[in-house]
Design a protein around this ligand. Structure first.
Ligand SMILES: [Zn+2]
Length: 373
């Protein structure tokens, strides 16, 4: 067999072993052999390699039905970390995550988006502070993922258009020039959607619907983002839900965005979404009427997504964070609209209630690292 092929098989085996331990904490060496169809010497050699590099550790013995107890293997979750930044018109949010997506440090500061040396320095400062806050060894930080509300070129080097940031054809390197770590850029809703599905053991399909000040989303097929021909896949905000309805910022009438952006609700409570939901809980008639309307339109949009993709729909964004208590009302409407599903059980609420976009952006580095071992 050519030398390259032997090397290739060795690398593939090592990666399969690492990922199996990563996805199944407290797995034993015999179980690895069994599940991966590898010999014990191969497993032992690779586990030793991973232990020597501080990526895998032994964590006590496993219960046994007889004979010698097997030793449990676990990935060292803080062997590497990654930074995620979410840039909006007026804020910079940041997180430092470990290899399991756990948040080790977070920050949020008010700063207007700008393309300037000062802003680039501020981003580098946030990255430094996060690493310092978590006392994370700098050499173990994989890189920085940056999410923004815009569409990007296929290689992520250019932000093509952002209505929120009032920016077109921005070279992303302008923002990362003061950061010495590798940086990747991505759409905020795509990043948030990725955070919801990235660690699911068997690759799964899901749609992520982001209900923030604009409505966006992500299509996740087999655990990977589907971006489409023009990187606009998942722009669910512009699905028409009302014929000749309210004018949307895109120029069309009746888009989901015009009915289900978070501002539709916060505008009724002095610009504060928490205040709107407080009024709703207190039973204020104005809030109750607006919320019923909101749910009707949201159900119409979600129903279209379900009919098109036949997969789970995850609600996220600012409003998604409040949906847990309201899910039954929405599911009732979905069951009424859809004659194929018996209930609206396919819709669920996001896991990351805050900073989902920053976490998802950081996880791009984590996934690349896990796949590269
Ligand atoms: Zn629109």
């Amino acid at each position: 067999m050519p030398r390259e092929s032997v090397m290739e098989i060795k690398t593939v085996n090592r990666n399969r072993i690492y990922r199996m331990i990563y996805q199944n904490p407290r797995i034993s060496r015999p179980e690895l052999c069994h599940r991966l169809g590898l010999s014990m010497p191969t497993v032992m050699q690779n586990v030793r390699y991973l232990q020597d590099r501080g990526l895998v550790e032994e964590g006590g013995s496993l219960d046994s039905t007889g004979g010698r107890k097997a030793v449990a293997l676990t990935c060292v979750k803080d062997a590497r970390t990654a930074v995620g930044l979410d840039l909006t018109a007026n804020h910079i949010s940041g997180v430092l995550v470990d290899l399991e997506g756990g948040i080790l440090a977070e920050s949020r500061e008010k700063r207007a988006f700008a393309v300037s040396g000062e802003y680039a320095d501020a981003l580098a400062g946030v990255v430094r502070d996060l690493i310092g806050k978590a006392a994370a060894p700098a050499e173990r930080v994989l890189g920085v993922g940056v999410s923004m509300p815009g569409t990007f070129s296929a290689d992520g080097g250019l932000m093509l258009d952002s209505r929120v940031l009032r920016m077109q054809n921005l070279r992303c390197a302008e923002l990362s020039k003061s950061i010495s770590l590798p940086c990747v850029f991505c759409n905020d809703a795509n990043a948030a959607g990725f955070a919801e599905v990235w660690d699911v053991q068997s690759p799964s399909d899901a749609l992520y619907l982001s209900l923030s000040n604009t409505v966006g989303g992500a299509i996740l097929l087999g655990g990977q983002l589907y971006k489409g021909e023009n990187q606009r896949g998942g722009e669910f905000g512009h699905i028409p839900v009302v014929r000749d309805g309210k004018r949307c910022y895109c120029g069309k009438k009746g888009c989901l965005d015009a009915y289900c952006s978070a501002t539709v609700l916060s505008d009724l409570a002095g610009g504060s979404l928490p205040a709107f939901f407080r009024e709703l809980r207190e039973g204020a008639p104005k809030a109750r009427i607006a919320w019923a309307d909101y749910l009707d339109n949201l159900a119409a949009g979600v129903d279209i997504l379900r009919m098109a993709f036949d997969c789970p729909v995850i609600l996220g964004g600012y409003v998604g964070a409040y949906m847990e208590d309201q899910l039954e009302e929405l599911r009732g409407r979905l069951a009424y609209l859809n004659r194929f599903d018996r209930d609206g059980g396919y819709v669920r609420v996001c896991r990351y209630r805050t900073e989902a976009s920053a976490v998802g952006a950081a996880l791009i580095h984590v996934q690349a690292f896990v796949n590269s071992i």
